[in-house]
Design a protein around this ligand. Sequence first.
Ligand SMILES: NC(=O)c1ccc[n+]([C@@H]2O[C@H](COP(=O)([O-])OP(=O)(O)OC[C@H]3O[C@@H](n4cnc5c(N)ncnc54)[C@H](O)[C@@H]3O)[C@@H](O)[C@H]2O)c1
Ligand SMILES: [Zn+2]
Ligand SMILES: [Zn+2]
Length: 346
Amino acid sequence: MLMDAIIKPAREAGLELVRKEVPKIEFGEALVKIHYTAICGTDVHIYDWNDWAQKTINPPMTIGHEFVGEIVEIKGFSDSFKVGDIVSAEGHVVCGKCRNCRAGRRHLCPNTSGIGVNRDGIFAEYARIPISNLWLCDTEAIPEKLYSIFDPLGNATHTALKFGMVGEDVLITGAGPIGIMAAAICKHVGAKNVVLTDISDYRLELARQVCPDVITVNTKERRLRDVQREISMVEGFDVGLEMSGSPVAFNEMLDNMIMGGKIAMLGVQGNDTKIDWNKVIFNMITIQGIYGREVFETWHKMTSMLKSGLDISKIVTAEIDYRDFERGFEMMHSGKSGKVIMKWSD
Ligand SMILES: NC(=O)c1ccc[n+]([C@@H]2O[C@H](COP(=O)([O-])OP(=O)(O)OC[C@H]3O[C@@H](n4cnc5c(N)ncnc54)[C@H](O)[C@@H]3O)[C@@H](O)[C@H]2O)c1
Ligand SMILES: [Zn+2]
Ligand SMILES: [Zn+2]
């Protein structure tokens, strides 16, 4: 049987909508009929064929990793999942054999293979997913569509919950979809001031729509020192979440932390980022790298937060048909979008 899929056909920029075979599942896998997918920054890198993509992606392959859909076939022993269940999935497929996997720290597996990156993805009418990666969706409590952005919401959750938040002053650099969702999470779990920076007014306006309590700052126009004074902060931010990947933003963060402050870094830095290490040393700053999501603790936390009032629904700024994928990637390229969702079935 044939299906539609969006693939990277060759080692050059662009993507193509093609007809290809519906995948055959093996023992331990489920076949999922895809309902909604979301476009990630990673998909844009693959589209653009940047340095990272050239080193990582092996065309021809189906891309995409953010989705929600319905199980239509399952092979293996599982009393948690059955045909008809609505599911999303953790996109990091792990080995199950290494020290960290066996200790339950699956997010620290050195043999991780990424869906839509190292193996065929989910921008297709059907996709095969390991049962151990599936997440059961409670669509009575949370709208089904929102599950298609659990991957980036998970990045935001993992980063925002790494350090204690209650009563803390928090600086988030980068108001991309992940930074904006992180701001909403920080407020939801009891942070005091949440200051979110960007250099794009569109993104800062979107942030205010998603999370009206956040203090937005365009760092091209205002200095963080002045903002601190305006909101009666005296010693600096207690927690920093770096979500821009910009060395400028990272340095601004280091300049505005309290002594002993904690920084969680999700944004991917270039390999020539320079910082004044003595600011880290003499101020006893903790810097924690963040990768992916904790499997499945982060998934549990984000589900619980959405069920207890966290509202990030306005981060979805467009919903399109998958056949219009070029328009979706244009929106992502313009920088004037939040999450863009593609619909795959009625
Ligand atoms: N570590 C991981 O596992 C992981 C997972 C997903 C995403 N990421 C990274 O997290 C970051 C955020 O993801 P996203 O999808 O929200 O990205 P995005 O590119 O949509 O958002 C980044 C934002 O940073 C802003 N920015 C650029 N320069 C800035 C500056 N000097 N000060 C403040 N803001 C500035 C941009 O205008 C943009 O709005 C990206 O770097 C992405 O690569 C990491
Ligand atoms: Zn993603
Ligand atoms: Zn492993």
